[in-house]
Design a protein around this ligand. Sequence first.
Ligand SMILES: O=C(O)CCC(=O)C(=O)O
Length: 316
Amino acid sequence: MNLKDKLKDYKLVHWFYNLLHAKQLRHNKQAYEKYNVHKPLFDSISSKDFPDKTSQAWLDVNDSAIVVAQKKQFASFTNEVQEQLLQWSSKGYLHLKNYFTDEQVDEVNLAVDELIHQKHLPVTHDNKVMFGYKHSPAIKNMMQDLGLTQLLSFILDKEVVPFQTLNFIKGSGQRAHSDSIHMTTYPLGYLIAAWVALEDIHADSGPLFYYPGSHKLPYLLNDDFANYSTRFKLGTKHYSDYEDVTEELIEKSGLSYETFLPKKGDIFIWHANLIHGGMPVINPALSRKSMVIHFYAKDVIKYHEITERPSLMEEE
Ligand SMILES: O=C(O)CCC(=O)C(=O)O
């Protein structure tokens, strides 16, 4: 491990970095007051600072099959979306077919190509470009799509804000995980993600997989894989330890996975705690163009459980 990686384990380094980005931490101010967190905004934060580990999201506390149709806005969605919204509480995902047009998708694919080849944006882990929306209006337009934002705000019953894009060129091969270990909220349950197919997805390209119903399993946070931190230093466990515990949990649950083989322009929306990942890539010659957009509800505490860093959000 190099010195830079070692330093990342020390919270003092994070506090200093956070102080330099103080404006991007202001989004947490009101929620800290609301949930009685008596810490400066630049300080480390994790599940240890909160009294409970259950979701308080509307459709986790209630059953969507009973409550969604009671909201006026429900009538504004297509029948296909309405049917799936009714099942949100039991399944934890939605599949929107044919949502973006070929033209919208082509524009994004072109933008990703340009970012890689002309602007030399790094391709992380050989398969994805992160935060492309900061450099490309086409990606930003897709990320801020009004209909999508309205639907996700309806699901969480809170205004949502997109804050990250990941453009995959190849399958990720990522092991099963819940996004809530990376992008965490208090109360839990207030992250939501959209996965956009930027081409027809081939079964051998390492498609997305997910476990229907897995969002109802307990959230796995630092304590759950013995990743104990101190006041000044992060826990010593590795991300692979988290993945191992997740695998055990899934095995015990008896849930089965499904793979997602969408057409270009389709969207998959997943719950903050839906367990998912990328299937192994069978044919490395195949591309698997897709874009993940992560959204947080606005008025909750937003942070990263593993590194105990408050999230940095662009000011509006
Ligand atoms: O697209 C994939 O292969 C996995 C994406 C994923 O797991 C994520 O963005 O959290």
